[in-house]
Design a protein around this ligand. Structure first.
Ligand code: SF4
Ligand code: ZN
Length: 518
């Protein structure tokens, strides 16, 4: 059965929008993980760093190699004592082959971008069981990658991991090279340690942070150093309540210096902040030694206490329009990236089920294009629509029929809605259902179409949003989706219960009848 032209047009519109969505997702990730690549990338990066550093106030740089050495020693000593026991660390420590170790760390770092440790652990374990080496991943299909990634979000990460593995496997260059890393945690730590108050999502700050991380990474223990920096951001230098008194960076941290300086100005005394207080005596003694060493080896006259105060000239300092907030302390850094509210979009989607299909009930899934948002994932047939629901049933029926031919239009029922936020898009799915009771089972041989059992659906490469859509269809979802800040689910019955006497939006919906539809 051929796909009608009109429906294909609607899909290409959808694709076009999806591409731009993906572009935004890429940009959202780019400040934390995109790096120049290619044979000249290293040289180009070093040249950029030289140019960048030449134009940056010393206040936002590390003074010399002695300071960098102290920082590395402090951070790695702390990490050796305090690191959490996580599967990727065990995997890396037990792995003698450097390339395999680098692969294990790489996978964990990509998964940890935008996703919390607790969520990542299960995915990571399954991933490494399925693809224990880079070569295994290089030979995997996008379908398999999407299937395993389903539910982890930011699906382009999985795709890029697989693309990266293929390129790496072809290039034959060793994977293990000492390179700095910049993720959300590292952004926060570096912005505080070097008092960078400008927007961290700006190109200038992003370049500067990459440059700093490259300068700092320990050539003898690059993987541990990067893990340590991320760990510090996750457990000590946290967004809201950083524990400066237990921080191995304290003696080098400009944010801490500034807060101490301000407090001193107020009370005339530095108090207990002059040396870190820690629950670990080994670490406290070590820190004291390091600080003593640092104070002996580093000339105090070379330190820069302030960066061009009050001039508003420095592009790495907060703009004069954003003054220091006394109540925030070190959390004045980093400055919150200016975020535009997510764009709102609406999609009508339908669970089409054949209860009498051979081998048990089956539901229709179609595959998304291989590029753009949720690339290659499976979804219920969907069509981008205007928020006004007047024309949704007709558009959705056209879409469904383009896949499977004539359908009983009167059975199309509106069931509820799911709101899901993808990085910069708040997408409202209007959920419809159509059950082909007493109908001749529908078959289709189009590529990118599948009739799945419910069990197959739950293990397929489908997004979290589609699972929520299915719950609405099943009528098993009581109302609000627990455990997810990014999705809200509502069903007709829920809405009616919540709004007695109110005319809910869904009450405008009746089973669709159309003279044009069979
Ligand atoms: Fe973060 Fe405080 Fe440590 Fe500075 S001293 S890096 S602000 S926890
Ligand atoms: Zn500055």
């Amino acid at each position: 059965m051929k796909k009608p032209r009109a429906a294909a047009g609607s899909r290409s519109r959808h694709r076009k929008q999806s591409s731009s969505q993906e572009g935004r997702e890429k940009r959202a990730l780019s400040s934390s993980q995109a790096k120049p690549s290619g044979p000249d990338a290293g040289l180009a990066r070093r040249q950029e760093e030289v140019v960048l550093q030449a134009s940056v106030s010393p206040y936002h740089l590390f003074r010399d190699t002695a300071e960098v050495t102290v920082l590395r020693k402090n951070l790695l000593s702390w990490y050796d004592l305090e690191k959490r026991d996580l599967p990727w660390r065990r995997q890396a420590e037990g792995e003698m082959d450097l390339d395999r170790r680098a692969y294990a760390v790489w996978v964990s770092e990509v998964m940890l971008q935008q996703t919390q440790v607790a969520t990542v652990i299960n995915y990571y374990t399954r991933w490494m069981q399925k693809w224990p080496t880079l070569q295994d991943l290089a030979s995997a299909s996008l379908e398999e990658v999407n299937q395993l990634w389903a539910g982890l979000g930011y699906y382009s990460r999985g795709r890029r991991l697989q693309e990266g593995a293929r390129k790496q496997a072809d290039s034959q260059t060793p994977l293990c090279q000492a390179a700095g890393v910049v993720d959300g945690n590292v952004v926060r730590v570096l912005c505080r340690v070097r008092a960078i108050g400008a927007d961290p999502s700006s190109t200038l700050v992003s370049q500067h942070l990459w440059s700093l991380s490259q300068q700092l990474v320990d050539p003898a223990r690059p993987g541990d150093f990067n893990q340590a920096a991320m760990e510090l951001g996750a457990t000590v230098c946290t967004p809201q309540r950083p524990r400066c008194s237990q921080c191995p960076m304290q003696s080098l941290c400009r944010a801490h210096q500034r807060v101490s300086h301000l407090r001193k100005g107020q009370s005339g005394d530095l108090g207990s902040d002059s040396f870190p207080v820690t629950s670990c005596p080994v670490y406290a003694a070590q820190m004291e030694r390091e600080q003593l060493l640092a104070s002996q080896s580093l000339p105090s006259s070379g330190d820069v206490e302030e960066c061009a105060p009050n001039t508003g000239q420095c592009q790495l300092c907060a703009p004069p329009t954003e003054p220091w907030d006394q109540t925030l302390g070190v959390a004045n850094f980093p400055r919150k990236a200016s975020r535009r509210p997510p764009r709102e979009e609406c999609s009508a989607t339908c669970v089409l089920e054949q209860p009498r299909a051979v081998g048990g009930a089956r539901i229709l899934l179609v595959q998304r294009p291989n590029s753009g948002l949720l690339a290659g994932l499976w979804e219920f047939p969907s069509v981008t629509v205007e928020p006004s629901r007047q024309h949704q049933p007709k558009a959705l029926l056209q879409e469904l029929q383009s896949w499977v031919g004539p359908l009983p239009a009167t059975r199309l029922q509106h069931l509820g809605q799911v709101v899901h936020t993808f990085s910069h898009i708040k997408l409202t799915y209007q959920v419809y259902g159509l059950t082909l009771e007493e109908q001749t089972p529908v078959t289709t041989s189009l590529p990118g179409v599948r009739w799945l059992t419910r069990e197959e659906f739950h293990t397929a490469a489908v997004s979290t949003a589609m699972k929520k859509v299915f719950r609405v269809y099943e009528g098993q979802q009581p109302g609000t989706c627990k455990g997810s800040k990014r999705s809200q689910v509502s069903t007709l019955s829920r809405q009616k219960k919540l709004s007695p006497g109110q005319k809910v939006l869904d009450s405008f919906f009746q089973p669709y009848t159309s003279a044009g539809a069979p």
